[in-house]
Design a protein around this ligand. Structure first.
Ligand SMILES: Cc1cc2nc3c(=O)[nH]c(=O)nc-3n(C[C@H](O)[C@H](O)[C@H](O)COP(=O)(O)OP(=O)(O)OC[C@H]3O[C@@H](n4cnc5c(N)ncnc54)[C@H](O)[C@@H]3O)c2cc1C
Ligand SMILES: *[C@@H]1O[C@H](CO)[C@@H](O)[C@H](O)[C@H]1NC(C)=O
Ligand SMILES: *[C@@H]1O[C@H](CO)[C@@H](O)[C@H](O)[C@H]1NC(C)=O
Ligand SMILES: *[C@@H]1O[C@H](CO)[C@@H](O)[C@H](O)[C@H]1NC(C)=O
Ligand SMILES: *[C@@H]1O[C@H](CO)[C@@H](O)[C@H](O)[C@H]1NC(C)=O
Ligand SMILES: *[C@@H]1O[C@H](CO)[C@@H](O)[C@H](O)[C@H]1NC(C)=O
Ligand SMILES: *[C@@H]1O[C@H](CO)[C@@H](O)[C@H](O)[C@H]1NC(C)=O
Ligand SMILES: *[C@@H]1O[C@H](CO)[C@@H](O)[C@H](O)[C@H]1NC(C)=O
Length: 465
């Protein structure tokens, strides 16, 4: 059975304009719109763009026999895609927001902001919904509200049987919990429902500084993460990295800090992370800003079509471990500094206890994090220019992550959890959720997708079996 058969079957049912073929301008634009250039190397026989849930249903019914017999399809959100998509309707109704799966957080923010509201969404306005809302998702509001997936109150899903079902805390509850962390393993989500909250201005920004201050910043981050009464309005991220694109190549540090409540003066809790000397000169940070300004500033500097690689692990908030991780990282980066266009960083993000507990209060998810222990995520993010450097970058970063992990394991500061959105293809985030959670996810898959359509027939993501 060839892909021609499935394409012909789609063409028989859907308007020509919604099926894009290689060689057309529309296909070309979408092929060029991935953040990670490597994804453009996969060239699907066609790209189908559904307009509504009914069309997704029809699509699943048509492709199912093919996808259970050797062909594959992939599901794409709107991630960092500047093009106008479909299935992107957004409606605010009585404090709840209904979000079409093809929307961006920027579009969602615009709608809620116009009503003086906020939503537990992605930091970057150009990002899509699906990847974050189905896998965890860190929002600037996460310390207070939990992961993004925890704040989805309802999923509209097209399952393998081609039916549309609702998963919420009172209907298909097993699927509801599974989707909070289960990504594309159970169906195609066509609509997400979230609650909103009143939001005025808040505080934050990016602070640039020199590597000599990084050890102090690690200490401040650990101290803040371990406070039993840590302020849940705080969002912190500290990074050390190398950019070949600044000052002819420089190692520098950056803190991304937010305080998500409106107060009159710079919040004291941010001061250890913003009053750093010496500092790379920059206009006053943190600034008082609003949701749209925050999302725009986090989207600034994001370019599509670069080669990129993310990988990450979590460790306990331990100063020595984080300091050694930073040393291992900066030492290993030397090996790849000659790669054209290298921009890379080691980023530390705490998961405070307040955030993990708020996940539990909201009905739980599939991620399997222990709510009584704070954690710190260690993310290795790398961008580069040339395909010829793919292998050396990948090997170096993989070995760096393994060295950091081995060091943490030996010092008993390692944790199992791997955040799926930052995981590389050789990592297994589903196993990291814990054996019990994996079994639960497998059970939900057997119930809603007995033939394994989303296991065998869908490429991308991390599978359950
Ligand atoms: C600039 C930038 C900023 C970022 N900011 C944040 C941040 O603030 N917080 C954070 O946690 N992460 C952040 N990330 C990482 C981000 O979470 C991932 O890139 C995420 O997977 C993007 O989701 P997407 O839906 O846009 O992407 P896609 O690549 O389209 O989808 C990702 C995965 O989700 C599946 N999927 C998408 N939609 C659906 C659906 N409707 N139904 C079923 N499966 C679906 C896809 O099959 C795919 O496997 C950021 C990344 C970048 C580049
Ligand atoms: C599956 O594919 C094989 C080979 O491509 C083909 O011979 C067979 O008829 C297909 N089966 C079904 C059920 O479509
Ligand atoms: C998609 O983009 C990549 C990278 O730019 C290119 O190599 C590939 O040929 C493109 N594929 C199609 C079918 O246009
Ligand atoms: C279920 O979710 C609704 C909001 O969608 C909420 O009002 C309600 O309290 C929740 N119930 C339970 C049992 O969690
Ligand atoms: C996040 O979810 C819980 C309920 O599920 C709610 O208490 C909290 O206010 C939510 N926040 C938002 C804004 O959705
Ligand atoms: C444990 O951490 C220390 C830093 O305190 C580091 O020097 C050492 O390498 C780690 N132990 C091992 C054996 O990995
Ligand atoms: C993986 O890394 C990113 C970055 O820190 C983080 O947001 C995500 O939470 C990480 N995952 C884990 C496991 O912490
Ligand atoms: C999975 O399903 C099996 C069989 O129905 C059941 O015995 C088991 O308890 C389930 N496991 C989990 C973790 O839910």
């Amino acid at each position: 059975m060839s892909s021609n058969d499935v394409v012909a079957a789609l063409q028989a049912v859907f308007p020509q304009a919604q099926i894009l073929f290689p060689g057309s301008d529309d296909y070309h634009d979408r092929n060029e719109s991935y953040l990670a250039k490597q994804l453009s190397d996969m060239t699907p026989s066609c790209i189908f763009q559904p307009k509504n849930t009914g069309e997704v249903t029809k699509f699943v019914q048509i492709v199912k026999p093919f996808a259970l017999n050797g062909s594959q399809f992939a599901i794409r959100g709107c991630g960092n895609m500047p093009l106008v998509g479909l299935l992107n309707e957004i409606q605010l109704d009585n404090g709840r927001i209904f979000i079409g799966a093809g929307a961006t957080w920027g579009a969602v923010n615009k709608v809620v902001h116009a009503s003086g509201l906020g939503v537990v969404g992605g930091r970057s306005g150009t990002g899509g919904i699906g990847g974050l809302a189905l896998s965890g998702g860190l929002s600037v509001f996460s310390s207070r509200e939990g992961f993004i997936c925890d704040n989805i109150t309802e999923f509209e899903v097209v399952t393998a049987s081609g039916e549309v079902i609702i998963a919420s805390n009172h209907t298909n509850v097993d699927l509801f919990v599974a989707l909070r962390g289960g990504l594309n393993n159970f169906g195609i989500v066509t609509r997400f429902v979230m609650s909103t909250f009143e939001l005025g201005h808040f505080w934050g920004g990016n602070v640039l500084y020199f590597p000599s201050s990084f050890p102090n910043q690690i200490e401040a981050l650990v101290a803040e993460s371990e406070k039993s009464n840590a302020d849940p309005n705080t969002h912190l991220m500290i990074s050390i990295g190398y950019s070949s694109k600044m000052m002819g190549g420089v190692t520098a540090c950056m803190n991304t800090v937010y305080y998500t409540k409106d107060v009159e003066h710079t919040p004291a809790v941010l001061e250890p992370f913003s009053n750093i000397t010496p500092q790379i000169p920059q206009p006053g940070v943190p600034k008082r800003l609003d949701l749209l300004q925050m999302a725009a500033s986090q989207a600034a500097g994001v370019t599509n079509q670069v080669r990129c690689l993310y990988m990450n692990i979590t460790v306990k908030p331990d100063v020595a471990t984080l300091q050694t991780a930073s040393d291992i990282y900066t030492r290993n980066v030397e090996q790849v500094k000659s790669c054209g266009g290298l921009v890379c960083s080691l980023t530390l993000q705490p998961y405070p206890v307040s955030m993990l507990q708020s996940s539990v209060r909201k009905g739980g998810n599939s991620l399997g994090l222990d709510p009584s222990t704070a954690a710190v995520s260690v993310l290795l993010l790398t961008y580069w220019d040339d395909e010829k450097d793919d292998q050396v970058i990948r090997n170096t970063m993989r070995s760096t992550l393994e060295q950091i992990r081995a060091m943490a394991v030996e010092n008993r500061t390692a944790l199992d959890f791997i955040y799926l959105n930052y995981a590389a293809d050789f990592q297994d985030p589903i196993v990291s959720y814990g054996a019990e959670n994996k079994k639960k996810l497998q059970n939900v898959s057997r119930k809603y997708d007995p033939k394994g359509l989303f296991q065998k027939g869908v490429s991308g993501g991390f599978k359950l079996f």
